[in-house]
Design a protein around this ligand. Structure first.
Ligand SMILES: [Zn+2]
Length: 128
């Protein structure tokens, strides 16, 4: 896993935007395969466990059997993902906080401040 950092802007409503640094993980082929197999296998195992339960076995196992490959493809083709962001929250304005996050890399996403719990908008700064 290769880690790189990018400058970002954190904003919240009418509060003045602050700058932060986000860490992005770039996954290798083997890591992506490992990340994809585990949730897909979990879907299929839960589908197998739900088979003996009356009425539930009509709905949950087929959905989980379909969800397994969907999750596999989704996780396998996620080449980069956000790891964490370190910066000052526009609302609390305290010391720089480390906020954990996940999901694929996009120009704009949401992150929750671990100090005040507000949902902040994170925008990747464009190089000028
Ligand atoms: Zn905050």
């Amino acid at each position: 896993m290769l880690l790189r950092t990018l400058p970002v802007r954190l904003s919240l409503g009418s509060e003045a935007a602050t700058t932060a640094v986000v860490t992005i993980a770039e996954w290798t082929m083997l890591e992506r395969l490992r990340r994809a197999v585990m949730p897909a296998a979990l879907c299929w195992c839960v589908a197998g466990l739900l088979l003996p339960i009356p009425l539930v076995h009509f709905v949950a196992p087929p959905l989980l059997l379909i969800a397994g490959p969907v999750v596999f493809v989704w996780k396998f083709f996620t080449r980069t993902s956000f790891k964490e962001v370190v910066g000052v929250c526009p609302r609390c304005k305290g010391e720089a906080r480390t906020m954990s996050m996940g999901g694929g890399v996009s120009d704009e996403t949401n992150v929750f401040c671990e100090g005040c719990g507000n949902q902040l908008t994170l925008r990747v700064s464009k190089p000028t």
